[in-house]
Design a binder for this molecule. Structure first.
Ligand SMILES: CCCCCCCCCCCCCC(=O)SCCNC(=O)CCNC(=O)[C@H](O)C(C)(C)COP(=O)(O)OP(=O)(O)OC[C@H]1O[C@@H](n2cnc3c(N)ncnc32)[C@H](O)[C@@H]1OP(=O)(O)O
Length: 157
C-alpha cells in the first residue's frame, strides 16, 4: 500500500524526517490501519543514546513527521478527497510534546500508532503511541497546522 509520504508534492518531499527525496533522511512511511495511522521504523546502531537504547531525539523526530503526515491524511479523509487531489494539504509542526515513559530498545522495529483527536480549521491534533516489541515506551502530542501560503517568507516581527 502507498504511504501518505509517497503522495507529497515534490516541493515538500525533502524533509529530513519524511521526505522521500532526502537521501540522508529517515524517509518514514505512514499508512492508515482503520482509524489509526501507523509508521514502522527500524533504528540503526548509530541511533544510540545509552548503548542498547534509542536516542530520544530520533523518537521525537519520528513522532513529528508521523504526525504531520497523519494530519494531512486526516484532512483529506475528512473532506473525502484522494491523497493526490489538488490543492494539496501541507502541514507543519506548531507544537511537539513527547513523554518518554521507558527506554526504547534499539534492537528491533519501532511502531508509532497515531490517533486524530481534533480537526478544527487549519489545525489537527495527533496523539501517538510509540511501541517497541508491543511495549509502550513514549507518547507524543502534536499540533499540526496547515502551512500558510507565505511560510518561510514572513519577516521576523
Ligand atoms: C499527502 C500530501 C501531504 C503533503 C504534506 C507535506 C508536508 C511536508 C512537511 C513536513 C513537515 C515536517 C515537520 C516539520 O519539521 S515542520 C518544521 C517545523 N515547524 C515550523 O517551522 C513551523 C513554524 N511556525 C509557523 O510557521 C507558524 O507558527 C504556524 C504555521 C505553526 C502557525 O502560524 P499561523 O499564523 O498560521 O497560525 P494561527 O495563529 O492562524 O493559528 C491557527 C491555529 O493553530 C493554533 N496554533 C498555532 N501555533 C500553535 C502552537 N505552537 N501550539 C498550539 N497551537 C497552535 C492556533 O491556536 C490556531 O488554533 P485555533 O485557535 O484556531 O483553535
Amino acid at each position: 500500500m502507498d504511504a501518505f509520504q509517497d503522495h507529497y508534492p515534490e516541493n515538500v518531499a525533502h524533509c529530513y524526517g519524511c521526505g522521500r527525496l532526502n537521501d540522508h533522511g529517515h524517509q518514514i512511511k505512514t499508512v492508515w490501519e482503520g482509524d489509526e495511522t501507523v509508521t514502522r521504523f527500524t533504528p540503526e546502531p548509530y541511533h544510540t543514546s545509552v548503548p542498547g537504547f534509542v536516542y530520544g531525539g530520533l523518537i521525537a523526530s519520528l513522532i513529528d513527521c508521523h504526525s504531520t503526515g497523519s494530519a494531512a491524511a486526516a484532512m483529506y479523509r475528512a473532506e473525502g478527497r484522494d491523497l493526490d487531489s489538488l490543492p494539496p494539504f501541507r502541514f507543519v509542526t506548531g507544537s511537539l510534546h513527547v513523554d518518554f515513559l521507558k527506554p526504547t530498545p534499539i534492537d528491533g522495529p519501532i511502531e508509532l500508532r497515531g490517533r486524530i483527536t481534533e480537526v478544527k480549521g487549519r489545525k489537527v491534533v495527533v496523539e501517538t503511541a510509540v511501541l517497541a516489541a508491543g511495549v509502550l515506551t513514549a507518547r507524543g502530542n502534536v499540533v499540526a497546522i496547515q502551512m500558510p501560503e507565505d511560510f518561510g517568507t514572513a519577516k521576523p516581527g
